[in-house]
Design a protein around this ligand. Structure first.
Ligand code: 6PG
Length: 537
C-alpha cells in the first residue's frame, strides 16, 4: 500500500481536491464509479503528482496506507450513502471516511453513528470554494471526533486556502454534523449575500437606468471599500460579460429563475426549528423560489405597479446610498448566520469557536470578505454581547429552547414569558430553558451587530438603508432582503416590541397566558368572564 489517502468521485470537486492533495506531495489513490473519469484525470493531470488510479473499489482501498483515509466526493443524499457503503465494506476498524459533499448535517450525524458501530471513523467536512477553491485551496469545515481529526486534520490543513496572514482556512469545528452545519449556514449567508447584490443591481438599473457595463464599474469600485469580497468582485465580472452570440450583456440573456440545490432551504428550515430569526437568509431563499414560480409570475405579470416614477437628481448620492444599504444588510446577514451557528451549538451540543469560523471563511470560500477579519476580531476580543445577560439593553434574545420538543413557534406549554423589558429575537419556551438552568450569562448567542466595530460602521449606513428601502417601496422595486435586514435592525433595537399585544391576543383566544413587566409569575385575564386577571403560575 502506497497511497496516503484515496478520493472516490472524480467529478469537478473530487478530481480537483485529489489534484490539490497530489500537488502538496501526497500520493493519492483515485477512483470513480465509471473508470473513464479516473483515466481522464491521469491523462490530463497525471504529471502534477503521485496518483494511484483504480478502476475497482477493492483495488482502490487496497492501495491505501493504514489507517486508511477515504474522501468521498459525490452528490449529497442517497448516492453518498451508497458510495459510503461500497467503500466501508472493504475498510477495517480505525479507518476513516470523509464526506466532503454538501450533506445535510442530520445525515452526517446518522452516518457517523452507523459507521462507529462498525469501528469506522467518519468525518463530515464542509468544503467551500467551488472548482477553483478545490484545486487551489478551499475553506474546509470538518466535523470530527478528536481521534479522527488527529489523523485527517494535517491532510486537510495542507490543502486548505491560506488567509492573508498565512493561517490555514480550516479548523476542527466540533463533532459529527457540526462541519456540515457550519457549511450549510455558510451557504445560507451566500444566498443572502447574492440576493442583496441582486437587489442593489435592480435598484441601480431601475432608478438610474444604468447598463450592466456601468454597474460592473460600480461593483469594481465597491470592491475597494469595506464591501471587498469575492462575490462583489465576481459580480463586476458577470455584469461586464457580453454575450458573443447576441452582443447583449450576458446577464440580459440569462433566464431570471434562480436555482437552488437545498443548502439555503435547509438553513432556513433549521433556523425555524431553533427559533433563530435569520430573516435575510430566509428572504433570499424565498426570492429564489419566487423567481422560479413561473405560473404565478405569468399570472401576476399584468398586475399594476401603481408606483411613482423614478427621478433621481443626484446619481452619485443614490449609488452611495445603495452601497451603504448593501453593507449594513450584509452585516445583518452574517450576524444572523453566526447567531444561528451559536444557537445550533447549544442545541446540538457542539463546542464551536465562532471566531475560528470567521477566520476560516477569510479565504478559499464563496463568502470570503474583508470584513470577516473584523468579525473574527469581534469574537476574539469578546466584544460580542451574550444574549441572555441580565442588563437587557442590547441582547440578541434568549437561547432557543433546549429540548427540541417545543420549538419557538409551537406553544408546547403556555408558560412563555417575556425576558424582562426586552423580549429579544428568540421566543423560547421559557419553562424549558429555566428548568435546565441554562438561561443565563453562560450562553453566548451573539449579536455581532452590537460589537463596537459593527455597531459604528452599520450605524453610519442605517439612514441610507432607510432611504433605499423607502424609495424601493415607493417606486415598485422588490427588495425583500434589504427590507428584512432593516426590519431586523429595528426589531432588535427597540426597547418594546408589539409582541406584547400578540401575547394579549393569544391569552384572549387561547388562555395562553402572559408575563408582566412589573411582577414575577404567569398571568391570565378572564377576558370573556369577569375581565379580572389571575396569577396562574
Ligand atoms: C461553495 C458553494 C457550493 C455551491 C452550493 C450552492 O461554498 O463552494 O456554496 O457549495 O455553490 O452547491 O448551490 P445552490 O446555489 O445551487 O444551492
Amino acid at each position: 500500500a502506497v497511497a496516503d489517502l484515496g478520493v472516490t468521485g472524480m467529478g469537478v470537486m473530487g478530481s480537483r481536491l485529489a489534484r490539490n492533495f497530489a500537488r502538496h506531495g501526497y500520493t493519492v489513490a483515485i477512483h470513480n464509479v465509471t473508470p473513464d473519469m479516473t483515466a481522464d484525470v491521469i491523462n490530463e493531470h497525471g504529471e502534477e503528482g503521485q496518483f494511484v488510479p483504480a478502476d475497482d473499489m477493492a483495488d482502490f482501498v487496497a492501495s491505501l496506507k493504514t489507517p486508511r483515509v477515504v474522501l468521498v466526493m459525490v452528490v449529497a443524499g442517497e448516492i453518498t450513502d451508497q458510495v459510503i457503503e461500497r467503500v466501508a465494506q472493504y475498510l477495517e476498524p480505525g479507518d476513516i471516511i470523509i464526506d466532503g459533499g454538501n450533506a445535510l448535517y442530520t445525515d452526517t450525524i446518522r452516518r457517523e453513528k452507523e459507521l462507529a458501530e462498525r469501528g469506522l471513523l467518519f468525518v463530515g467536512a464542509g468544503v467551500s470554494g467551488g472548482a477553483e477553491g478545490a484545486l487551489n485551496g478551499p475553506s474546509i469545515m470538518p466535523g470530527a471526533s478528536d481521534e479522527a481529526y488527529e489523523r485527517v486534520g494535517p491532510l486537510l490543513t495542507a490543502i486548505a486556502a491560506r488567509a492573508e496572514d498565512g493561517e490555514p482556512c480550516t479548523t476542527h469545528i466540533s463533532t459529527d454534523g457540526s462541519g456540515h452545519y457550519v457549511k450549510m449556514v455558510h451557504n445560507g449567508i451566500e444566498y443572502a449575500d447574492m440576493q442583496l447584490i441582486a437587489e442593489a443591481y435592480a435598484l441601480m438599473r431601475g432608478a438610474l437606468d444604468m447598463t450592466p457595463a456601468e454597474m460592473a464599474k460600480v461593483f469594481a469600485a465597491w470592491n475597494e471599500t469595506e464591501l471587498e469580497s469575492y462575490l462583489i468582485e465576481i459580480t463586476s465580472e458577470v455584469l461586464a460579460k457580453v454575450d458573443e452570440e447576441t452582443g447583449k450583456p450576458l446577464v440580459d440573456v440569462i433566464v431570471d429563475q434562480a436555482g437552488q440545490k437545498g443548502t439555503g432551504r435547509w438553513t432556513v428550515q433549521d433556523a425555524l426549528d431553533l427559533g433563530v430569526p435569520i430573516t435575510g437568509i430566509a428572504e433570499a431563499t424565498f426570492a429564489r423560489a419566487l423567481s422560479s414560480s413561473v405560473p404565478q409570475r405569468e399570472a401576476g405579470a399584468d398586475l399594476q405597479a401603481l408606483a411613482e416614477a423614478w427621478d433621481v437628481t443626484d446619481r452619485d448620492a443614490f449609488i452611495e446610498d445603495v452601497r451603504r444599504a448593501l453593507y449594513a444588510s450584509k452585516v445583518v446577514a452574517y450576524s444572523q448566520g453566526f447567531d444561528q451557528i451559536a444557537a445550533a451549538a447549544l442545541e446540538y451540543d457542539w463546542n464551536i469557536d465562532l471566531g475560528a469560523v470567521a477566520k476560516i471563511w477569510r479565504a478559499g470560500c464563496i463568502i470570503r470578505a474583508r470584513f470577516l477579519d473584523e468579525i473574527a476580531a469581534a469574537y476574539d476580543a469578546d466584544h460580542v454581547i451574550p444574549a441572555a445577560t441580565s442588563d437587557g439593553d442590547a441582547g440578541a434574545g434568549d437561547e432557543p429552547d433546549k429540548d427540541g420538543a417545543g420549538t419557538a413557534n409551537e406553544a408546547s406549554t403556555d408558560s412563555e414569558h417575556a425576558a424582562g423589558e426586552h423580549s429579544g429575537t428568540h421566543t423560547p419556551d421559557a419553562e424549558t430553558a429555566d428548568a435546565e438552568g441554562s438561561s443565563g450569562g453562560e450562553t453566548d448567542v451573539p449579536l455581532l451587530l452590537a460589537a463596537p466595530h459593527f455597531r459604528a460602521t452599520v450605524e453610519e449606513c442605517i439612514p441610507a438603508l432607510r432611504r433605499i428601502v423607502a424609495q424601493a417601496a415607493l417606486h415598485g422595486v422588490a427588495v425583500p432582503a434589504f427590507g428584512a435586514s432593516l426590519a431586523y435592525y429595528d426589531g432588535v433595537r427597540v426597547n418594546r416590541l408589539p409582541a406584547a399585544l400578540i401575547q394579549g391576543l393569544r391569552d384572549y383566544f387561547g388562555s395562553h397566558t402572559y408575563a408582566r413587566i412589573d411582577k414575577d409569575g404567569i398571568f391570565h385575564t378572564r377576558w370573556a368572564e369577569d375581565g379580572a386577571e389571575e396569577k396562574v403560575g
